[in-house]
Design a protein. Structure first.
Length: 104
């Protein structure tokens, strides 16, 4: 998959995972892997960017004597997912246009 396209979709995939439930890095990777392969070195900059833009927030919970950082989708993050779904019909039009051009 094209790296720019993949990069844009990863943000939405992370938000979709967090919409299901608050989660931490390793679990986000585990949930996303069947859809898109993602590494820690890719995930954490995405989480940082999403947090900087207020699409997610974070908090720490003690687990086995260590602090584990959890991420939670914000109202703004949910709105970003809703906007993506609203724009999907436009994305489909582009996809089918490109697909048709490649079939002929």
């Amino acid at each position: 998959m094209d790296i720019q396209l993949r990069r844009g979709l990863l943000d939405y995939c992370v938000l979709a995972v967090l919409k299901e439930a608050d989660s931490y890095g390793y679990m986000i990777i585990k949930k996303m892997t069947p859809i898109l392969e993602i590494s820690e070195s890719t995930l954490y900059p995405i989480l940082k960017r999403l947090e900087t833009n207020s699409f997610v927030s974070s908090y720490s919970v003690e687990h086995n004597g260590r602090l584990r950082k959890y991420y939670k989708i914000t109202t703004k993050g949910i709105q970003k997912l809703i906007s993506f779904n609203d724009e999907w019909s436009e994305i489909e039009k582009v996809y089918y246009y490109i697909k048709g051009a490649n079939e002929g």
